[in-house]
Design a protein around this ligand. Structure first.
Ligand code: ADP
Ligand code: MG
Length: 625
């Protein structure tokens, strides 16, 4: 009070680059003025953390006066805003160093470059350049900072600036330690004097700051940093509330994982498995590129969707990762390339897959819900995360010819129940369970009671064939031509003798020409006359269909037509041919059989010919009386 005469007020000039920086901040770059509040709260919280830390070793710090915390006071009539903390405070030298210069070299150049590229800086960036404090000039024309360092013997100072090139410092009386920042809001920023608006912003950005934030005497951040607690201290109810808040979900999560790691890197994480996949994720997996948990550094949020924390195939998880091993002011680029992040990602991925595995073993119902919702996404990991490939393979679940609808079998179970004689793991891929079950290629396996995995998830054909083998048993599509069939002769269904067989096969070859690779006698068919299979190196037909849908370039794969020579149609056809090689029905029947096989594959492009041929065959059939 007594020192408040003009002679003790000292004027300082900002460094040249500081002027430019201020100009950029206020006039060009920032589009979200509300960010100023987050920055001021984050500084106050830093100051409180520092004093808390220093107090561990220094008994002589100034008294707190009150419980540590951040107090905000607004007055919508006067348009005044005040934020107060009882943290570490600043000495005169610190004031000059911290609020008068740009801390980081290169910051100005970087910001100028952004401006030249006419890029907008989203609010998230400001704090990353060590210039967060100056964002306050977006909402006011003049700021007053009153501060007193917690060091013993320090005195109070008032720093004042209109952000125009100079600032003043004077000595003042200040009772407790800490910092009070006050200003009058610009008319256009008057919303920040409204309690509800300020509360909203605090909740949005600072809800989990580790110190109480009060607004006009009322505490706003009710929830503390849950992830900092030990697992036993977590209450499901609270954890669920937290999930709903950060995920914007109205349902409770399916399950959550709490991780606390100390060692090469230290971090805590709280990750949630939603009950359902957001539809946009399933239809556009590119959505995953921009997702990720929130990244906190020392309890301050750095990125709200940090993609670098998790591999893409796990980015449907929602939550928080908090580490002490990054600096608060890291830029996105630095986060991305930081070895700390790589380590966190690696450890987290392992923990998450372990969590899924435990769910599978201990809570199969939950696991099933999870797998139905996110299985298609997790499977992508098989092609991208080779370190965890084996774990991912164990998580796979399949419907099979021996499971009921919506029941699953693992590869381990499959291998466990096939006999030693069965050397291969068979799968069949297509668009739906019912379509798969009706397919002629399955007849042999059904007849012999051999279990076949039914792959109806569209991503299956991109990932499952790449497994190659499991427990030394190769995975094989049942539509491959080179399967070892063990056939015993069946009563009443004699295959055609060789002298009749060859002409029939030749007849098919001649009629179908280069639409097919070959025509051979089938050993897999029981009830159907013909089927299409793939040669050794051909694409799986489901894969072919997917590629077509994605309009990808691919070689037109030719199929092999297998003919069931014990089938009445084929036997009759042979007789028809022997009687009259010129019978026009022969060609019609062969075309129709071929199209029918295509239809099973989902590979018949037009049904026009198929239907008109069908009508002429019906006509021929109805001639008989
Ligand atoms: P950053 O927080 O990234 O360092 P800021 O521009 O937000 O950059 O703040 C600059 C510096 O001013 C801080 O590093 C800190 O030393 C000092 N400071 C700002 N606010 C406070 C406060 N409330 N208490 C103590 N020191 C502060
Ligand atoms: Mg700051």
């Amino acid at each position: 009070m007594s020192t408040n005469n003009s002679s003790s007020v000292q004027e300082f000039e900002y460094k040249a680059e500081m002027k430019q920086l201020l100009d950029l901040i206020v006039h060009s770059l920032y589009t979200h003025p509300e960010i100023f509040l987050r920055e001021l709260i984050s500084n106050a919280s830093d100051a409180l953390s520092k004093v808390r830390f220093d107090a561990l070793t220094d008994q002589n710090l100034l008294e707190e006066g009150a419980d540590p915390g951040v107090k905000i006071t607004v007055d919508p009539k006067e348009l005044t805003f005040m934020i107060e903390d009882n943290g570490i405070g600043m000495t005169e030298e610190e004031l000059i160093a911290n609020l008068g210069t740009v801390a980081k070299s290169g910051t100005l150049g970087f910001m100028q470059a952004l401006k030249d590229q006419q890029k907008e800086l989203d609010g998230n960036l400001i704090g990353q350049f060590g210039v967060g404090f100056y964002s306050v000039f977006m909402v006011t024309d003049e700021v007053t900072v009153e501060t007193r360092s917690a060091r013993t013997g320090s005195e109070g100072y008032r720093w004042k600036s209109s952000g125009q090139g100079t600032y003043t410092i004077e000595k003042i009386e200040k009772a407790g330690r800490g910092t009070t920042i006050s200003f009058k809001l610009k008319e256009e920023s008057k919303e920040f004097a409204e309690e509800y608006r300020v509360e909203q912003i605090i909740r949005k950005y600072s809800n989990f700051v580790d110190f109480p934030i009060t607004l006009d005497g009322r505490q706003i951040n009710s929830v503390t940093a849950l992830w900092q607690r030990s697992k036993s201290e977590l209450k499901d109810e609270e954890v669920n509330e937290f999930y709903k808040f950060i995920a914007n979900d109205f349902q409770d999560p399916l399950d959550y994982l709490h991780v606390s790691v100390e060692g090469m890197v230290s971090f805590k994480a709280l990750l949630f498995l939603p009950k359902e996949a957001p539809p946009e994720l399933l239809y556009r997996q590119s959505e995953l590129e921009n997702r990720g948990p929130q990244l906190y550094v020392k309890k301050v949020m750095i990125q709200s969707e940090c993609r670098d924390l998790l591999p893409e195939y796990l980015r449907f998880l929602v939550g928080v990762v908090d580490t002490e091993d990054l600096s608060l002011n890291v830029s996105r680029e630095i986060v991305q390339s930081s070895p700390v992040m790589a380590k966190i990602r690696q450890i987290l991925s392992g923990k998450i897959l372990g969590w899924f595995d435990t769910l599978a073993k201990e809570q199969p119902e939950k696991f099933r819900t999870f797998y139905k919702a996110f299985g298609p996404i997790v499977k992508i990991g098989l092609n991208t995360d080779f370190t965890n490939r084996d774990k991912l393979i164990e998580l796979l679940r399949f419907e099979s010819t021996k499971t009921a609808v919506d029941e699953y079998v693992t590869l381990k179970e499959y291998v466990g129940r096939i006999g030693d004689d069965q050397k291969e793991i068979y799968y069949h891929s297509g668009s739906s369970r019912s379509q798969l079950l009706a397919h002629p290629n399955l007849e042999y396996f059904q007849d012999k009671g051999i279990e076949v995995l039914l792959l109806s998830d569209p991503v299956d054909v991109f990932v499952i064939p790449s497994i190659h083998e499991y427990e030394k048993k190769p995975l094989k599509s049942i539509e491959k031509a080179d399967i070892d069939f063990i056939n015993e002769k069946k009563e009443g269904s004699e295959p055609l003798p060789e002298n009749l067989l060859q002409p029939v096969l030749a007849l098919f070859r001649e009629t179908l020409g280069d639409r097919i690779e070959d025509v051979v006698e089938s050993h897999r068919l029981v009830n159907s006359p013909v089927t299409l299979v793939s040669g050794k190196d051909a694409l799986d037909s489901q894969m072919e269909r997917m590629m077509k849908m994605m309009q990808a370039e691919m070689p037109a794969g030719k199929k092999i037509l297998e003919v069931n020579t014990a089938h009445p149609i084929i036997r009759n056809l042979s007789g028809m041919y022997m009687a009259n090689a010129g019978n026009p029905l022969i060609g019609t029947v062969i075309e129709q059989l071929y199209d029918g096989a295509l239809l099973h594959e989902g590979g018949l492009d037009s049904t026009t010919d198929f239907l008109s041929r069908m009508n002429s065959l019906i006509e021929a059939a109805t001639l008989q009386r």
